[in-house]
Write a protein that binds this ligand. Structure first.
Ligand code: 16G
Ligand code: ZN
Length: 549
């Protein structure tokens, strides 16, 4: 009864806007911020129920990532720091669209019954709330708080302005009983970074004559300021951060990783004066990272070093460490680690070829972090990246334990051996790179230390392989759900005949590859094409776009 009146009372303060149908997509709920408060309030309720069900801490992040500043959104972090279990997404859709407090209450009652969510005699719900720098964030965070506290006993902690990966990291750390404050996050990253620096082979510790400075575009979002904090703790890297707050420009407007990757142009504040310098760009909530080189001629395209190339750099480094470990096969407790790579159909074909050529196992999943993450978690070490710069490296618990034992064994024997260093490096990587979700801050640090380890400039790194020309188009259609795909979005199964037509078109081009898929975040169908020349690629993409309408 108390619960019922609490819910009816609070929900009557959050009236649902007329005529909007919301759906918990790959990025949670995302809309114009002005219509989101009832949605965020309801997600607060869902988070509290999820916390009761799992008897764990749950996170709620208020962000619209790389989207424009007037948008906002809300996403749940599950107990392990990952995305909300897909099994709960239909409930999220249902309550977000409930038309009245009574209907909301009924949906909640039914769901609590069906999921057997415990209320009595259990640990009360506990939720961590975070938001990015959007001006609408403060009010929406308050809406989330009211949603959480409309469940009897539930506690909401406001963690303040954070990057999305920081909030996911905190949720994961809390549930593992580890230190979980923002300061702990910064310390873990900087300590493991320093550890990797100390393990750089002395003969390689010099860069090959290139400018050692890194310039980072912070998208005028939350990532720039957080990177400055890390930078102060590290005091070994030469990092300049531009576009680090609203004072310098509008969030995601002509800046940020999404802009640089899609448009292949330099963000605001970067120009020919930066030619040849190593540059990187974060997105608005700092869960994506791309590197780039500015061309000497103004208005030329940037040389993009995208998520595929970051993945390739990580793969080369990890593979090297595993080969050091496997050299001493006589050691007891020997273990051949399974290294798996996960990409989507957007991965440049040249990257996939390169990775296969290294002898690595490459897997494909549909677009969206939850799919890549799930696949990567099947391996001892799973590296996943989307071309857009979202990705991380996952280490299985059993492999971490094995590494800990191994590094102890090795240190008692041949002190300072390559195998011991390799084990220590892998352990440091597992602490540096965010295990919950892709994280641009930990990504920057890992890229920087691997480049130093290899003695590589960004140019050398960029030469690992040459991207095939590619083109992305969006097509406005009456109903994007009419397009249904299979095989990690590489094949269209509906409407009938479309895939045959795409095949016929693609077959006309050397190294031609093309796929179409409905967007999960916009009301469009996307077309991706690759071929041996840019001209051919553009023609292929345009022809296929005409088949879609
Ligand atoms: C979301 C996804 C991102 C994906 C993008 C594709 C998460 C956290 N984010 O931003 O991984 O690349 O959607 O958008 O899963 P699209 O479906 O509109 O092409
Ligand atoms: Zn993002």
């Amino acid at each position: 009864e108390e619960q019922k009146s609490l819910l009816l009372d609070s929900s009557s303060r959050f009236v649902i806007p007329q005529g909007v149908k919301l759906s918990y997509g790959t990025a949670g709920f995302r809309e114009d911020a002005s219509i989101l408060s009832s949605t965020v309030y309801r997600v607060g309720i869902l988070a509290a129920l999820r916390s009761l069900k799992t008897q764990s801490v749950i996170g709620v992040m208020i962000t619209a990532s790389h989207n424009k500043v007037s948008d906002n959104g809300v996403k749940i972090a599950d107990p392990n720091g990952g995305m909300l279990s897909q099994h709960w997404e239909p409930f999220a859709d249902a309550i977000a669209n409930a038309s009245s407090p009574q209907q909301l209450l009924q949906l909640i009652n039914e769901f609590v019954e069906k999921e057997r969510i415990p209320f009595l005699g259990v640990r009360p719900a506990e939720i961590l709330l975070g938001r990015d720098t959007r001006p609408s964030g403060e009010a929406l965070l308050e809406a989330a708080r009211q949603g959480v506290t409309s469940i009897v006993g539930a506690v909401a902690s406001d963690m303040g302005i954070l990057t999305t990966p920081q909030l996911h990291w905190m949720v994961r750390a809390r549930n593992k009983g580890l230190k979980a404050s923002e300061q702990d996050y910064f310390e873990q990253l900087s300590n493991s970074f320093k550890c990797l620096m100390d393990l750089i082979p002395t003969e390689r510790s010099k860069f090959d004559g290139m400018n050692d400075k890194l310039v980072v575009d912070g998208a005028n979002g939350v990532g720039g300021a957080k990177l400055q904090v890390l930078h102060k703790l590290l005091n070994v890297l030469d990092i300049e951060v531009r576009n680090s707050s609203e004072d310098e420009g509008v969030l995601n407007d002509g800046v940020g990783a999404d802009y640089v990757q899609k448009e292949k142009v330099a963000p605001h504040g970067f120009g020919s004066k930066d030619a040849g310098i190593r540059c990187a760009s974060l997105d608005g909530d700092a869960d994506r990272l791309v590197y780039f080189l500015v061309p000497p001629e103004s208005n030329a395209q940037v040389n993009l070093v995208d998520g595929d190339k970051i993945l390739s750099l990580f793969a080369v480094f990890i593979k090297e460490q595993l080969s050091f470990l496997n050299e001493k096969e006589d050691l007891k407790n020997s273990h051949k680690a399974r290294l798996g790579i996960v990409q989507t159909a957007y991965a440049n074909g040249a990257s996939t070829n390169y990775l296969k050529h290294l002898g690595l196992e490459v897997n494909f999943t549909p677009t969206g972090v939850k799919y890549l993450h799930e696949k990567a978690a099947e391996f001892d070490i799973g590296i996943y990246f989307e071309a857009n710069g979202h990705g991380t490296i996952l280490f299985s618990e059993s492999f971490i334990e094995w590494l800990e034992v191994k590094s102890r064994d090795l240190s008692s024997g041949s002190k300072g051996s390559e195998a011991e260093k390799a084990a220590l490096r892998l352990l440091a990587v597992s602490n540096l790179i965010n295990q919950a979700v892709g994280d641009a801050l930990s990504g920057v640090l890992l890229v920087e230390v691997i480049l130093k380890h290899m003695g590589w400039s960004i140019h050398r790194w960029n030469e690992l392989y040459h991207d095939l020309p590619s083109r992305q188009l969006k097509v406005k259609v009456a109903d994007r759900t009419a397009v249904v795909t299979a095989n990690a979005e590489t094949v269209v199964v509906r409407p009938p005949g479309l895939q045959d037509a795409i095949n016929t078109e693609t077959a006309k081009y050397t190294q031609g590859r093309c796929f179409v898929r409905p967007s999960g975040t916009e009301d469009v169908v996307r077309v991706y094409a690759e071929a041996s020349t840019q001209e051919a690629t553009d023609t292929l993409a345009n022809c296929v776009a005409k088949l879609v309408v």
